[in-house]
Write a protein that binds this ligand. Structure first.
Ligand SMILES: Nc1ncnc2c1ncn2[C@@H]1O[C@@H]2COP(=O)(O)O[C@H]2[C@H]1O
Length: 358
């Protein structure tokens, strides 16, 4: 297995829509796999539903649940999309030796969610005033420029626990502070008040275990690093001291906002059967993915309201109708449903997204 080259990702949907920097981060987390003729690459990996699989080279056969068979060739228009995007595909077979690229679907979806939310016109305006008062950059630029929102931090760290519906709200509530070398940001034994992210600079973490001994050096945190969550989550005292080693800039969220935002907001989640019953009574399917993803495949009768445009389009929806939002995982659709609900639209989310549909 080889790590993917980021230029390869430029041609794949929806990855092509991410910024070059984001694609590079993603490339480092994707692998190219060679698969021999007559092998089913979908079966080679038990967690098939959890991975988007792109055909890069060679010919692959798909079989659908109605028995239909389709032959695909790597490097063509149709293979810009994940070959396993359609839940009606039951199995695949390598018709020649092939190369495929697999991406964790959750990771891809996290990146698309953040990217689309940060490119949303409205939050950019509101968030900019609280986050970057000194700069005229848009939130989108800002997110792409700082490693606080790196793929790694979005996939692990606190952001992976942040419900997608709250991402936009978090932008609004975070504030930026300037700190200087030697400044103690958190004192061991103090009360938990803020959660911090390092936008610029370097901090060291120390702990006094025995008051007759010098403080233990625990870690050094750099740009993109985060600290101060333990006391907020556990309601204990601060378990270490954080001192700036250099001048820098930190983003912070107060305890109340931190606790509130980590809790999932109430969104109407429904399963496939409930959704289908609503649709037969007049509800409308809404695909919140990008137009390119929608165009490639979507639920029959669904309309396309991409997440980054949903706020602008909310007013065009009928307030008397019910709308059922979906994406692959339920992440982008949760964020969209939250925005629609705030605009007074009756919005529901297909639990777990279309990858649970088959
Ligand atoms: N070993 C460690 N490595 C990195 N960070 C740490 C370590 N121990 C504690 N911290 C951070 O230091 C913070 C001190 O305040 P909190 O207890 O709220 O949360 C703590 C963690 O975020």
């Amino acid at each position: 297995m080889a790590i993917a080259d980021s230029s390869l990702l430029e041609h794949l949907e929806p990855i092509a829509r991410l910024s070059a920097g984001r694609r590079k981060e993603l490339a480092a987390l994707c692998f190219i796999e060679k698969v021999n003729q007559d092998i089913d690459p979908m079966r080679m990996n038990m967690a098939k539903a959890a991975q988007a699989m792109y055909l890069i080279k060679g010919d692959l056969g798909l079989r659908y649940d109605d028995g239909r068979k389709v032959r695909l060739r790597g490097g063509t228009e149709v293979t810009k999309h994940p070959v396993n995007a359609d839940p009606k595909i039951t199995d695949t077979i390598a018709l020649t030796d092939i190369e495929i690229l697999r991406i964790d679907m959750d990771l891809l979806d996290i990146m698309m969610t953040w990217d689309q939310l940060s490119n949303n016109d409205n939050p950019a305006k509101t968030a900019q005033s609280s986050i970057t008062e000194k700069s005229a950059r848009s939130v989108g630029d800002w997110i792409n420029e700082t490693s606080v929102f790196s793929a790694f931090n979005l996939q692990s760290g606190i952001f992976s626990r942040l419900p997608a519906a709250n991402v936009e709200e978090m932008f609004k509530r975070m504030t930026s502070i300037t700190v200087t070398a030697g400044q103690v940001v958190i004192q061991q034994g103090g009360e938990g008040d803020y959660y911090y992210l390092i936008q610029r600079g370097c901090a060291q973490v120390t702990r006094i275990v025995d008051s007759s001994q010098p403080a233990l050096m625990l870690a050094e945190l750099n740009e993109g690093g985060a600290f101060g969550e333990d006391a907020l989550v556990s309601d204990n005292k601060r378990n270490a001291t954080l001192t700036m080693k250099t001048d820098g800039e930190l983003l912070r969220l107060n305890k109340k906002d931190f606790v509130e935002l980590l809790k999932a907001p109430i969104i109407n989640q429904i399963n496939l059967l409930e959704a289908q019953s609503k649709v037969s009574n007049g509800a409308v399917w809404v695909d919140v993915r990008l137009p390119s993803e929608y165009k490639y495949e979507h639920i029959d009768g669904a309309i396309n309201l991409p997440l980054n445009e949903i706020r602008r389009l909310a007013n065009s929806l009928n307030k008397d109708k019910e709308y059922i939002l979906y994406c692959q995982t339920g992440r982008r659709s949760s964020a969209g449903a939250f925005v629609l609900a705030q605009s007074g639209v009756k919005a529901f989310v297909l639990t777990g997204g279309t990858r649970n549909k088959s």
